[in-house]
Design a protein around this ligand. Structure first.
Ligand code: MRU
Length: 355
């Protein structure tokens, strides 16, 4: 399958037609408004990632890849030493915006590697290389999501119920998405499934984004609060759990949106197979186990005030707001990747495919 410019422009993150900006759908405003933002400067790109205007591990990688190109383009007049120094500084800034999803640093380092390999060439030539590299990152994600969706769909049959957490759909990636890709692909092929979407406290990605994307695709989706998952699993309506991932360690432990590990424990109890779906760019073989994954801590305002007319807790009440948790690989049935479905022992089988 060849990726066309039309495919790229249909994604929640793409390059503007004049090549000067990164264009994103502002995910903070969905599902009520579809607003596009045009990002030109390093602080605009940093803020968009930090504040979750663009979010989802692959999407922030794509945004950072295009971002590095847009920032390089602006520096075409610099001599090569000054260019390299300035790009290293921008790379550091972008990487510091969010620590947990490996796709961000992976994409920025990939762009930086192109710069370093070509540092003796004229700057405009390096910039042209960066345009190709950023587009390759995007195109690869479109293809990887398509393959992941096919592998995921191969496990499902008409009438199955699937529970998902957070948002790992097209907005968080490119075409189809990862965890909800199989559901969108199933609908395209006339296979009816029933999806339960956890609302995903505190930032409601399941309510605002997953149920929005599935409704738009015509997939039967039922929104539940996170604390209803146990009851739904017990009812027998769910045959599979499919969730995304932000970083998969070499032993199969993986970080994903806070609440994922709790859902995995519930699935173990109710004998519901639990899969994470992620592209090669989310697999970090340099990370031995989940203990090595840095977990982002976010502003307490997201819990206490952000969604409410009046605060829902006293100003002095302490909050703990980790954005992600790590699911132990013992709770995982399999990892659905673009290179196939990986089953235990994960350390051995991940190494075979990604070592
Ligand atoms: O904080 P977020 O919304 O960026 O967290 C996103 C997730 O946890 C997703 O499940 C993950 O990035 C996978 S997206 C394909």
């Amino acid at each position: 399958m060849a990726v066309t410019n039309e495919d790229r422009m249909a994604c929640g993150v793409h390059l503007s037609e004049d090549l000067k900006s990164v264009v994103i759908v502002d995910q903070r405003q969905l599902p009520n408004r579809t607003v596009h933002l045009t990002l030109n400067t390093v602080s605009e790109i940093y803020d968009a990632i930090k504040t979750l205007a663009v979010r989802g591990a692959p999407a922030i990688g794509i945004c950072a890849g295009y971002g590095m190109y847009v920032l390089a383009r602006e520096k075409s007049d610099l001599d090569s030493q000054a260019f390299v120094r300035a790009m290293e500084k921008d790379a550091e800034t972008l990487i510091s915006s969010r620590p947990t999803a490996v796709n961000l640093s992976w994409a920025v380092k990939r762009m930086l590697a192109r710069i370093m390999e070509n540092r003796d060439r004229p700057v405009p030539e390096i910039v042209a290389q960066l345009a190709r590299e950023a587009t390759a990152i995007h195109d690869e994600d479109i293809l990887m999501c398509t393959r992941i969706s096919e592998y995921g769909l191969s496990l499902l049959k008409a009438g199955d119920g699937i529970i998902t957490h957070c948002n790992a759909g097209p907005l968080a990636t490119s075409k189809y998405g990862t965890a909800i890709g199989p559901m969108i692909l199933a609908k395209e092929r006339g296979i009816e499934l029933k999806v339960f979407a956890d609302e995903t406290r505190p930032l409601l990605q399941g309510a605002r984004l997953t149920s929005y994307e599935l409704e738009k695709a015509g997939v039967d989706v039922t929104l539940i609060c996170d604390n209803m998952a146990s009851m739904v699993l017990k009812s027998g309506q769910v045959q599979f759990a499919f969730v995304g991932c932000d970083r998969i360690a070499a032993n199969g432990d993986f970080a994903n949106k806070i609440g994922t590990s709790g859902l995995a424990i519930l699935c173990k109890y109710y004998n519901v197979p639990f899969y994470t779906l992620g592209p090669s760019s989310t697999i970090d073989m340099s990370c031995k186990s989940g203990d090595d994954i840095e977990i982002e801590l976010r502003d307490p305002a997201e819990i206490k005030t952000m969604w409410y007319k009046d605060p829902m807790a006293l100003p002095e009440t302490k909050c703990f707001n980790p954005a992600f948790d790590v699911t132990d690989h013992h709770l995982l049935t399999g990892i659905i990747t673009d290179r196939g479905i990986v089953y235990p022992p994960f350390d051995v089988n991940l190494k075979k495919l990604f070592g």
